[in-house]
Design a binder for this molecule. Structure first.
Ligand code: SIN
Length: 346
């Protein structure tokens, strides 16, 4: 009896297997669908390229944003983050975005000044007294005007991300008063304003991508550079520099850009969830970057052979007096309307 049941079961299973294997092409639509396969078909993959380390404000924000998008979209949208200039450097990422080779980048304001000179406004020395002043400006008329420059370049700006204020470093001598800059060479980001800033201080500049800065300083091809505490700490620039002045003389922030056509082709619900994730990340980053800088400044203070000086109020006034002529020099280029939004340094 058992033998007959076994044979019967064998025949039934065999017929079922033949049916599934043999007739699959005709009946594929009616077969149970594998969830993961459906996920692959519907999945939206977005490549996000940037040039800094993963443990910097921008690196952490990119990862935070990717996590939020995954959660909010129920894994339907994937943000693939490529840090450290793995795909493109600061020099090449904008063209990569325009061509659609990547869909998101977050260039610094200085880098954007090469695309449109209006962005030079963000590099004016001592333009912002503190972080709140930066946020207020970016969320007001100044931010609106900056985003308005992007249409012509087929990209879309969706958020401003914070890093922080820049500090000066040098391997030659402490930078206390403007004269201390004389005859030194400083690595800068691409920005005509930064060229003028160091010229006014009697120094010269070399413009190279961020990822080559450590090597440049190590080889003594430049004496110093300016950057945020997080970029100085994570790129270990303190190993190749002897002095840092906490000067807060300039601001380093980012604009999060999408390829315009890619954005326009996204379903509206995906656009909305990307905007939600960006807004949440922007707020999160404001807290995160401030506490990161405090912690990293304390760590830098512990490093032997790396001397930190905090600019006094009197020294700050000397730097301001030396650099204020840039406000007149750049008024025509930036536009009087925008310059009046900024005012003069105090
Ligand atoms: C960045 O923070 O994106 C780069 C900064 C630099 O080039 O100095």
């Amino acid at each position: 009896m058992k033998t007959w049941i076994g044979i019967g079961l064998f025949i039934v299973l065999g017929m079922f297997a033949a049916f599934v294997i043999g007739f699959r092409p005709h009946f594929a639509e009616s077969l149970p669908i594998d969830d993961e396969q459906m996920g692959l078909k519907d999945r939206i993959v977005i490549k996000f390229s940037h040039v800094v380390a993963e443990n910097t404000p921008k690196g952490l924000a990119a990862a935070h944003f990717a996590r939020l998008v995954k959660e909010l979209s129920d894994d339907r949208v994937e943000i693939q983050v490529f840090p450290n200039g793995l795909l493109y450097s600061g020099d090449t990422e904008f063209a990569a975005l325009q061509s659609g080779a990547v869909q998101i980048i977050a260039p610094s304001f200085s880098n954007m000044s090469e695309i449109d000179p209006t962005w030079l406004v963000m590099d004016l020395p001592f333009a912002f007294s503190d972080q709140q002043a930066v946020y207020a400006a970016l969320h007001g008329e100044l931010g609106r005007r900056l985003l308005g420059t992007l249409n012509a370049h087929k990209v879309r700006g969706e958020a401003f991300w914070a890093n922080g204020f820049k500090q000066m470093t040098s391997s030659v001598r402490p930078l206390r008063v403007p004269d201390d800059f004389r005859n030194q060479t400083f690595r800068i980001q691409p920005s005509q304003m930064l060229v003028s800033q160091f010229q006014a201080l009697g120094a010269s500049t070399v413009k190279i991508p961020f990822n080559e800065t450590y090597g440049l300083l190590k080889d003594n091809a430049a004496d110093g550079q300016e950057n945020t505490i997080s970029n100085i700490a994570t790129k270990r620039l303190y190993q190749v520099q002897n002095y840092m002045t906490v000067s807060n003389h300039g601001y380093l922030g980012y604009v999060v850009l999408f390829n315009q056509k890619f954005w326009a082709d996204l379903p509206p619900d995906v656009q909305r969830l990307l905007q939600q994730a960006l807004e949440e990340t922007t707020v999160w980053l404001q807290q995160e970057s401030a506490s990161m800088h405090e912690k990293q400044l304390r760590e830098l203070e512990e490093i032997d052979g790396f001397t930190i000086h905090k600019l006094t109020a009197k020294e700050r006034q000397q730097w301001i007096r030396k650099l204020e002529p840039l406000y007149d020099q750049y008024e025509q280029i930036i536009g009087t309307g925008l310059m009046s939004e900024i005012g003069r340094p105090k």
